[in-house]
Ligand binder design. Structure first.
Ligand code: CA
Ligand code: CA
Length: 108
């Protein structure tokens, strides 16, 4: 018993350090946060996200090439091929999934 106690407390300590570290450095954007972020970037309020609006979001998320990301996102999510992501239908869900899959981290 006397030997097990320090082992247990050692495990707790290590877990605590990992938890603190991931909280500071490795927190990914949740889908809900991404949703709010994209909606807030619909600057002209027309319910659609243009390539420029999407590009700005990816840049804000930390992408080094917002243009490339926006192009890929549209290619993947713009189902009716009109050059915009409609916020009120499944195109927007596909866009969120794409952004989420990129795994951007929240800046400290
Ligand atoms: Ca818009
Ligand atoms: Ca569309």
């Amino acid at each position: 018993m006397a030997i097990q106690v320090p082992n247990i407390s050692g495990n707790y300590t290590r877990k605590a350090v990992v938890a603190v570290k991931s909280k500071l450095v490795e927190v990914e954007w949740t889908k809900q946060q991404l949703r709010s972020k994209f909606i807030s970037e619909d600057m002209d309020g027309d319910g659609k996200l243009s390539k420029n609006e999407i590009k700005k979001v990816f840049k804000d998320l930390g992408s080094s090439s917002g243009f490339y990301r926006a192009k890929k996102a549209l290619w993947r999510a713009d189902a009716d091929d009109n050059g915009y992501i409609n916020i009120n239908d499944h195109e927007f869900e596909d866009l969120l999934q794409y952004a989420y899959d990129c795994g951007y981290k929240v800046k400290p």
